[in-house]
Design a protein around this ligand. Structure first.
Ligand code: DAL
Ligand code: ZN
Length: 318
């Protein structure tokens, strides 16, 4: 081999070895860059505002990021993370626990929101709360009337203007969606009776007591102040298959079954269940739906419980 050829061969070998070195370097950098990056960043800058911004804007993403990087907090440990700035970052589990705690406190509050009036009745102090609990032990003040009553755009079982067409705004909107979705499945529902004032409930209770006696009336009709209809959160619903009446047979109709299985998707519950009359204090009313919002309605539906059970409410024993 002449000198020229030897030189060429040597150059080729050097080039090859340089390429291999560069490739190895790239490979090594790729493997350690995640570990190296925060170190480089902190070494060249005292300004950690990027972290702050990212942490507050994308907590979920940075939870993951900080798992491996925080000061001593092991991956999989749910006791909290501290990021480069010392802020606490909450994990999904922690957030769930916090929400659970908030809900437990809210439930406690919802059970205790009463004062004793001059007649010795427990009157609720949160009548405007979507989750207000009104029952045989927790009344509304006689002058309470929601201030956002509107008529939902749905089919009614009767013609003309009447206070019983009204519901609170949020509830009216939810009922419209429920009726629309039902109709898409050929389930035609009719609204029968919504808001009732204290005075109207009183007339109804007196009228039924005179006809059927107080004991029978107590099973199906709330005393004035104790009706959910006064909250504007409840609507009685029926169908032509039971001549638009409010009777137990509605629960066996296609419409009644649809309502039982779907009301929660729109934020409503069947308030007085068949097998829970000892808890609610009322007979089975498959027609009476009460708005509580989608989240609570879903939980109540899935657990087949009453609103009282959901809140952990128990009637006084005396
Ligand atoms: N039917 C229910 C219990 C009411 O009168 O409010
Ligand atoms: Zn009702």
């Amino acid at each position: 081999m002449d000198r020229g050829s030897r030189l060429k061969k040597k150059r080729r070998r050097r080039l090859f070895s340089n390429i291999v070195t560069v490739l190895l370097f790239i490979l090594a950098f790729t493997l350690i860059k995640d570990k190296l990056f925060p170190f480089i960043k902190n070494a060249f800058s005292n300004d950690s505002s990027d972290y702050v911004l990212a942490d507050s804007d994308m907590p979920g993403k940075n939870d993951e990021y900080n798992k491996g990087e925080n000061n001593g907090s092991a991956e999989g440990n749910n006791s909290g993370h501290v990021n480069a700035d010392g802020d606490n970052i909450k994990t999904g589990n922690e957030k769930d626990k916090e929400l659970e705690k908030e809900m437990a406190e809210k439930k406690e509050m919802l059970k205790n929101t009463v004062y004793i009036n001059d007649e010795g009745s427990k009157v609720v102090t949160n009548p405007n709360d979507i989750l207000v609990l009104v029952n045989k032990e927790r009344s509304l003040a006689s002058d309470y009337k929601p201030d956002d009553l509107v008529i939902p755009n749905v089919k009614f079982s009767f013609e003309g203007e009447d206070q019983k067409k009204y519901l609170r705004k949020e509830v009216a909107t939810a009922l419209e969606v429920l009726f629309e979705e039902a109709e898409k499945e050929d389930v035609i529902l009719y609204a029968v009776s919504g808001y009732r004032s204290y005075g109207r409930q009183q007339m109804l209770f007196n009228y039924r007591s005179e006809r059927s006696g107080i004991e029978e009336t107590n099973k199906l009709t709330a005393k004035p102040g104790q009706s959910e209809h006064q909250t504007g959160l409840a609507m009685d619903v029926s169908s032509k298959s039971v001549n638009l009446s409010l009777e137990e047979a509605f629960g066996e109709t296609i419409e009644g079954i649809w309502l039982k299985n779907n009301a929660h998707r729109f934020g409503f519950i069947i308030r007085y269940l068949k097998e829970k009359t000892d808890i609610t204090g009322y007979s089975y009313e498959p027609w009476h739906i009460r708005y509580v919002g989608k989240e609570v309605a879903k939980e109540i539906y899935e657990n087949n419980i009453t609103f009282e059970e959901y809140l952990g409410f128990e009637y006084d024993a005396e």
